[in-house]
Design a protein around this ligand. Sequence first.
Ligand SMILES: [Fe+2]
Ligand SMILES: [Fe+2]
Length: 201
Amino acid sequence: MATSNRANAAKKTPQTNTSANSRAQAKHSNKTGSKPKDAIAILRADHSLVSGLFAEYEKTRSVSKKKTLVSKICTELSVHAQVEEEIFYPAVKAALRDKELVPEATVEHATLKDLISQVEGIEPDGEMFDAKIKVMAEYVKHHVKEEQNEMFPKAKSTKLDMVDLGERILARKDELKPEMGLPKENPKVSGSMKEGAALTT
Ligand SMILES: [Fe+2]
Ligand SMILES: [Fe+2]
């Protein structure tokens, strides 16, 4: 089910949702008392969240908990990869005139998506499943290290407006997360999507 949700979500490009994006952006910027988050802070927070989920997986023996964790890892990673590919990577590629970092990261995302497809919706059934999650965790760690140690510092050195990029990333995540069965990034934003509204109450 998550896969079909994802496929549906992937069909919608940000360009086709400009009015929804604008609405969500306006709501984010209207939040009172909260400091706007920049794109790098948002992406780093995602990295930490997923790393924590992998650590929890390693500790647990419960098959049902493993299943819940894998489902969350797959969905979080998919939303994260999608907003990077749609919003962050193109901006960084253009600002840096990059021909290496972004293409490599995009190829790594493709490998990650393949690993996700091997475990998503599958019953955790022993050592081979655990091995796949371990390989996925190691692969994500490697990918995150390259983003945080190379891509992010270079992106910061450009004139890119990281707060604006952050607003766009949050708005897109608010669209994608309910479609993939996760609560919205900002629960205070009440959208018209029934599923999302139900998840945030
Ligand atoms: Fe990435
Ligand atoms: Fe990332």
